[in-house]
Design a protein. Structure first.
Ligand code: GDP
Ligand code: ZN
Length: 282
């Protein structure tokens, strides 16, 4: 299992041992990412990654103005989306984008709202939490510095692999450290590789002592949705996908179309998110 990729090498966990392996130059399915299961070939002391197993799930982000899909983590079960209730404030529209990426990639999703120890609008928070729970997403609230909150999150993850991905400053590093016991320098990990200093911002897989693992993406600064088609976007909103068969016309875009069943079945802020993303598809 790939723990981390840094340039042309990957750290791979093989039977509990961490080994460094080169990436074969013509590796099909590149790029390799944390969570990938790979085949190694040994030659002397050197290990080379020669094949990537088919991925069960794949979380991707959009890169550049074209929002080309770039893998962020493979084979994770769950995406936990940490969001601050304040500093930075909660942005449901942003949350929806992250949830779409999880759904499209085949991951479950849960929301972890942090910083509830800071001053915030309690009724607004309740509204947001109720909305997402009604759609079916587990939503936890608390402070990343509170052990009880961390334990509830740990229970939510259980023995699974969870990607912690969200905006900067929302508590990813704090939560990752609390869940795994592994501290991370804020922003990025620096380490010695060979003679020079190498800074990596690539996601890395960190096991939790309680079982399961976290994919830490604290070095990933921005998250854009990858380019997708309308069917994928619809799948990204499970309650819209569930209501869509009742629309009068097949292929209804749920954007003011006649006989649309989604309008009555879906909450206005979620529908608005969907429509904005729909108009972004081009
Ligand atoms: P990241 O950028 O998502 O990795 O966020 P960090 O974990 O580095 O947190 C950013 C800052 O917010 C740090 O100073 C944390 O101590 C602080 N912080 C994180 N979570 C909480 C929280 O729940 N409550 C409060 N008050 N501060 C928090
Ligand atoms: Zn419709």
């Amino acid at each position: 299992v790939v723990v981390r990729v840094s340039g042309p090498t990957a750290t791979v966990c093989e039977e509990g041992r961490l080994i460094e392996a080169r990436l074969a130059p013509k590796l099909p399915g590149r790029p390799v990412v944390a969570g990938d299961r790979v085949t190694l070939r040994a030659a002397g002391n050197e290990r080379t990654v020669v094949a990537i197993d088919p991925r069960r799930t794949l979380l991707e982000r959009g890169d550049g103005w074209e929002r080309r899909a770039r893998p962020l983590a493979a084979n994770a079960d769950l995406r936990v989306f940490p969001a601050g209730v304040a500093a930075p404030p909660l942005r449901p529209r942003l949350l929806d984008r992250y949830l779409v990426a999880a759904e499209v990639g085949g991951l479950e999703a849960a929301i972890a709202i942090t910083k509830t120890d800071l001053p915030h609008d309690g009724s607004e928070l309740e509204e947001v939490v109720d909305l997402y729970r009604s759609v079916g997403y587990p939503a936890l609230c608390g402070s990343a510095h509170d052990a009880e909150f961390v334990e509830r999150l740990r229970e939510q993850i259980g023995g699974r692999v969870a990607v912690l991905a969200g905006h900067s400053g929302v508590g990813k590093s704090t939560l990752t450290a609390a869940l795994t016991g592994v501290e991370r320098a804020t922003g990025a990990v620096s380490e010695r590789i060979g003679t020079g200093r190498h800074t990596t911002t690539d996601p890395r897989l960190i096991p939790m002592p309680s079982g399961g693992a976290i994919v830490d993406t604290a070095g990933v600064r921005t998250f854009h949705l990858p380019r997708m088609d309308r069917e994928q976007l619809e799948r990204g909103f499970p309650e819209i996908a569930a209501a869509a068969p009742d629309c009068r016309f097949r292929g209804c875009a749920h954007d003011g179309d006649a006989g649309c069943a989604v309008v009555d079945a879906v909450s206005p802020p979620r529908l608005e998110s969907y429509r904005r993303l729909l108009h972004d598809l081009r």
